[in-house]
Design a protein around this ligand. Sequence first.
Ligand code: PMP
Length: 423
Amino acid sequence: LSARELAAVRADFPLLERTVRQGRPLVYLDSAATSQKPTAVLDAEQDFYERRNAAVHRGAHQLAEEATEAFEGARAEVARFVGADVGEIVWTSGATAAINLVAYALSNATLGRGGAAAQRFALAPGDEIVITEAEHHANIVPWQELAARTGATVTYLPVDDEGRIDTSVVDRVITERARVVAFTHASNVTGAITDVAPIVRRAREVGALTVLDACQSVPHLPVDLHELGVDFAAFSGHKMMGPTGVGVLYGRRELLEALPPVTTGGSMIEVVTMTESTYMAPPQRFEAGTQMVAQAVALGAAAQYLGELGMDAIAAHEREMAAELLKIADLPGIRVVGPTDPENRLAVVSFVVEGVHAHDVGQILDDAGIAVRVGHHCAQPLHRRFGIVSTARASAAVYTSAQDVAAFRESLAGVRTFFGVND
Ligand code: PMP
């Protein structure tokens, strides 16, 4: 982005204008946790409530028709944005809910729900669920729970010393017993982007389902789910300029059609008698109850906003920000956890300041108006792999400027002096 383009982008985000800590300009470097929202998204949500609010899919009146159109229009917008068909997009409350939906649908299939079509999804003792050492807890715990419910075993692909998923061992780790392979597209700790193809190739070879955690990739890279060839993918609205409370489960059409529902009730049934019920086709089968209509509409606006900026332009700008952030590796006593080359990684940089606790690093930066995240970032196994408990993490988005990163580097350079740590 040129300076003028970046200034225009920043002007779209009202929150970036505020000050913190007694009048300091906010330097927001926590977009991997949640992104800020452009006016287009805020307006879309407000406009929905002001002019079109109604329950979708069932009203006999004009408002309900307009609300349904906006809701389904947003689904189409999001589908286009990630290279999927509209019927393959299930609204969920977020990525965590989306991954749990898959895990619970598979356990319902194991219990015999979903009839003959779902039997191929059943898991048995001795079957394997493969995850990776780089996962967010949202892509670990639901699989441990599924394993506990079905007798399956969790195994994992390790990461290398840069935090990249080691795809050289896929043939050994993903065995003939693998039924599910769940892995992240990009790490929320190291920023490493996963080489998806060898994992999908091997999973197909052994007949395992693939579940991609696309939380960090969809907001920052061009993503085409059909091209990636995964079976399922999960991502959250709030990390891609959209509202909280809405996310997406992508599922290949024929898989969604064969899977039994998880949450049941209104809006997902065809016929209900006092003893049994039949269910609608996907995606509605997985969307019981009154939907998060305003949030979905606003997420559609977010996808449109990102699409108009262009994901290639966004990714290029963020690569520059990654290079700027990674300069901290040259500061004395700073250890970057993850790849130090800005290529093939996101602008998500976690680091350790030797001799200073991550929470103290966060506090010093916060005093200067710089927002970073500290802790284990919901990835304890990955931290354990590197022999550490916590890191501080700076992460960028398309609205991040080189000045933001310079302010961060300058404050960080003073942290060890402040705590009297000597080299
Ligand atoms: N996976 C990754 C890689 C993430 O970064 C996050 C959010 N930190 C999640 C899953 C979970 O997303 P949510 O909390 O929005 O459900």
